[in-house]
Structures are given as structure tokens and as C-alpha cells.
Design a protein around this ligand. Structure first.
Ligand code: NAD
Length: 415
């Protein structure tokens, strides 16, 4: 079965929302496509002395609410349509969380797992040189995403600053703390998801103490989700996975030990005293909470009927196809949609920007408290909208977000 095009999925989600909220057709037409996109090709010298030309993108989807913001992915299968979809989702996410930001996204077609640190640094710097004119602290502010991390953000910030001739910490977020990063950014996406999972469990009447959780993807987001679900909520993490496969333990896993195993062996697979399972099996496990934290389109109309979780907390972007969405809703699964569930990352990225502008840095407690307040408020507004209009949580999240962007567009006289 071919996977749906993520941008067509994003457009379908918007179309559905437009119908529900009776969106002005002119606003709808503008919001169906990105405002600006840049395609670049740039050379990088590899360790063996040869030159390779890489392809990259940066999409600014909509900036009615403020400068665009969104991560950069390094992935061998990156496509412009994935970047467009992710940029659209960033637009709704920022609006939903009440951040004064629009949505953007970037990507480079490359396989960082096959590259040395030196090659990665040269690639990161070359990408920034290629998109320099397009981004900026008050224009478009990138951040990490799949297979990019704080070290890469530091190189990118440094390259931008060198060209600008002055330190420009505010050009990128997700930086290491020593060079303008915010405390609390590392686990922010997962932590935000854990705060809304706590709220969702209250709503569904589920006691999370001892509740079973399966996490697909064990990268930055998946690891912290497992760690925080256990340490903050008392959940039992029975299964986790990565691109090489999954592991299951009825008694529950120690997230930190699994992370160490992955650091040593490059995969969670083979962790002692666990049963090997596939990524497909993980999604269909008998658990209370399922956390997709890898890539798009993993819950489809094919496996949605077999999903047994009571809550699906979408930490990945776009893990559920629209057809699967309908099936989960009819089954009574409480889905915390991606644009709400994983918005903790961009929220703390926004806090990082604010701290960079002020040159004054908050402590961890303050970051966590502010994040909790924003995530909880967003969850409540989505839940109330969902109940008021008898629509599912994703439709409600879209309704709240799209209304806010539409209002800004109207006030600015765009339509
Ligand atoms: P990451 O690169 O740190 O981790 C990705 C993980 O997914 C890795 O463990 C990888 O092995 C696994 N994976 C890759 N392909 C897989 C497959 N086919 N099946 C199962 N696992 C697979 O990336 P991340 O930053 O943790 O991002 C994960 C998801 O969260 C993405 O959808 C991303 O867009 C989303 N997200 C990330 C952030 C953030 O702050 N990092 C914010 C919002 C959303």
C-alpha cells in the first residue's frame, strides 16, 4: 500500500476544518498553499575529498501571526511535500498555542547516519549559507527536527552569525545552553505531551499510575516521552521501538537503561529480558496509551481497527491518516492530535527566542511552569471546542488554530 502524500493529508485536514467552521473561501484558498518556498542545491566537500551536491528546502507556510518558525530535518527520503505539510502543521501549532509566530519548515535530503561529524558540520553550514537571505530572527527561525540536534543548531547559528558579522543567537532555537539555548528545551516536546496526556487521562477517567504505555520511535522525543511518562505520571512503559524494530516487556522497561543500550548498539533491539516485536505489532498492543513518536502515516485505515489503546498521544507529526482518524474516533479512542500534543517543543523554542531577545535567562522551574500553563490551556480550549461542536479533537484543534490565523489575515487586510 502506498503511503499518502503528507501535504495532501495536511490539505485534506484543512478542507475538513474549513467546512466545519465555514471558513471564508478566500482565506481557505490562501491557507491551502505555502506563501513562500525556497529550493536550494549546494556543494559539500566529503572526507574523501570529493564534492557532493545536496538538495535542501525551506518553506514559509504562513506568517500572518508573526515570523515563521519550524524545524529542519535531515532525512534521505525528505521531499518538498513533507516539508510543506510540516510547515502547515507548524502554522496551526503556533496559532493553537497562542504564540506570536507563523509556521515554516526546512529539510535537506541526506543520510546523516552515513556521514562523519565533519561532513555533517560542513553540510549544516552550507545549508545555512544557501538559505541565509531567507531566514532571520524576525523573519523565519529554524529549530531541530528528525536527525538534527543541538550541536547542529550551534553550527547553524554560528554560520549565520559569521555572515551577519555579529552574534545572532535568536536566529535558531534548540541550541545548546552554553550558546543561548533555553533550559528545558531538550525534553520540551515530550514534556508538553506528558502534560496534555495528564489532562486527557483526567478527561477519560484513566488512572495513569501503573497504566501501560507503548512508544514508537526512541529518538529525542520518544525517549523523553517514555522517561517522563514513567517518572512524572508513574506509567509502565511496556514497549518501545526504533527504525530497526521494537522491544516488549510486560513488567515494564527502564527508559534510561534502554537509552544507554541504544547509545551502545544503535538500537533498542536486543535489550536484555525483552521480547522482540515489530513496529506494526507495537502499534496494535493492548495498552492504555499509545505514543507514536517516529514518522508520518503509521496509523492507517489498515491498522486503525486493531488499535487497542484508549489514548493516542501523537508526539510525531502526522502519524495518523485522515481515514484512520475517523476509525479511531468511531472506536472512542481519545486522540491528542499532533498539533496540540507535540507543541511543547515550539513553545519552549519560543521561550528561547524571548530569552535571546531579552538577554536574560529563566530557570528550569519557570520554563516548566510556563509550558504547563500553555499546554493545559490549549488542551482545554481544544476539548471545549470538540464538545461544543461535537467534533473530534483534531477537528477541534484545527478549528481553534485556523480561526486565529484567519482573524489575523483579516485584520491585516489580506482578504
Ligand atoms: P529523532 O531523530 O531524535 O528520532 C526519531 C526516532 O524515530 C529514532 O529513534 C528512529 O530510529 C525512529 N524511527 C525512524 N524511522 C522509524 C520507523 N520507520 N519506525 C519506527 N521508528 C522509526 O527525531 P525526534 O526529534 O524525536 O522526532 C520524532 C517525531 O517527533 C517526528 O515526527 C518529529 O517531526 C516530531 N517532533 C519533534 C520535535 C522535536 O522537538 N524534536 C517537535 C515536534 C515534533
Amino acid at each position: 500500500m502506498t503511503k499518502p502524500n503528507p501535504f495532501e493529508v495536511a490539505q485534506r485536514q484543512l478542507d475538513e476544518c474549513a467546512e466545519i467552521i465555514k471558513l471564508d473561501p478566500d482565506v481557505h484558498a490562501i491557507l491551502r498553499v505555502p506563501m513562500r518556498e525556497l529550493h536550494v542545491s549546494f556543494p559539500v566537500r566529503m572526507d574523501d575529498g570529493t564534492i557532493r551536491v545536496f538538495q535542501g528546502f525551506r518553506v514559509q507556510y504562513n506568517d500572518a501571526l508573526g515570523p515563521t518558525k519550524g524545524g529542519i530535518r535531515f532525512h534521505p527520503e525528505e521531499t518538498i511535500d513533507t516539508v510543506r505539510a510540516l510547515a502547515a502543521w507548524m502554522t496551526w501549532k503556533c496559532a493553537l498555542l497562542g504564540l506570536p509566530l507563523g509556521g515554516g519548515k526546512g529539510g535537506v535530503v541526506c543520510d546523516p547516519k552515513q556521514m562523519s561529524q565533519g561532513e555533517l558540520e560542513r553540510l549544516s553550514r552550507a545549508y545555512i549559507r544557501a538559505i541565509y537571505q531567507f531566514i532571520g530572527p524576525d523573519k523565519d527561525i529554524p529549530a531541530p527536527d528528525v536527525y538534527t540536534n543541538s550541536q547542529i543548531m550551534a553550527w547553524m547559528m554560528d554560520e549565520y552569525s559569521k555572515i551577519a558579522g555579529k552574534n545572532q543567537f535568536g536566529v535558531i532555537t534548540g541550541k545548546p545552553i552554553a550558546v543561548g539555548g533555553s533550559v528545558g528545551r531538550g525534553d520540551a516536546t515530550a514534556r508538553g505531551g506528558i502534560y496534555v496526556l495528564r489532562e486527557a487521562a483526567k478527561e477519560c477517567g484513566i488512572d495513569l499510575e501503573g497504566a501501560t504505555v507503548a512508544v514508537q520511535g526512541y529518538g529525542n522525543v520518544g525517549y523523553y516521552a517514555a522517561y517522563l511518562a514513567k517518572s512524572l505520571l508513574g506509567c509502565r512503559i511496556v514497549a518501545v521501538s526504533d527504525s530497526k524494530g521494537g522491544i516488549f516487556s510486560k513488567e515494564g522497561l527502564e527508559p534510561e537503561a534502554v537509552r544507554e543500550h541504544k547509545a551502545n548498539t544503535k538500537s533498542v533491539v536486543g535489550f536484555p529480558n525483552t521480547e522482540a516485536i515489530s513496529n506494526e505489532e507495537l502499534l496494535e498492543l493492548e495498552v492504555d496509551v499509545l505514543i507514536p513518536a517516529a514518522l508520518e502515516n503509521v496509523i492507517t485505515e489498515k491498522n486503525a481497527p486493531n488499535i487497542k489503546a484508549k489514548i493516542v498521544a501523537e508526539l510525531a507529526n502526522g502519524p495518523t491518516t485522515p481515514d484512520a482518524d475517523r476509525i479511531l474516533y468511531e472506536k472512542g479512542v481519545h486522540v491528542i492530535p499532533d498539533i496540540l500534543c507535540n507543541a511543547g517543543g515550539v513553545t519552549v523554542s519560543y521561550f528561547e527566542m524571548v530569552q535571546n531577545f531579552y538577554m536574560y535567562y529563566w530557570d528550569e522551574e519557570e520554563v516548566h511552569e510556563r509550558l504547563d500553563r500553555k499546554m493545559t490551556a490549549a488542551y482545554r480550549s481544544v476539548l471545549n471546542t470538540s464538545k461544543k461542536y461535537k467534533i473530534n479533537m483534531r477537528q477541534a484543534a484545527y478549528a481553534v488554530a485556523v480561526e486565529r490565523v484567519a482573524e489575523a489575515m483579516k485584520l491585516r487586510g489580506w482578504v
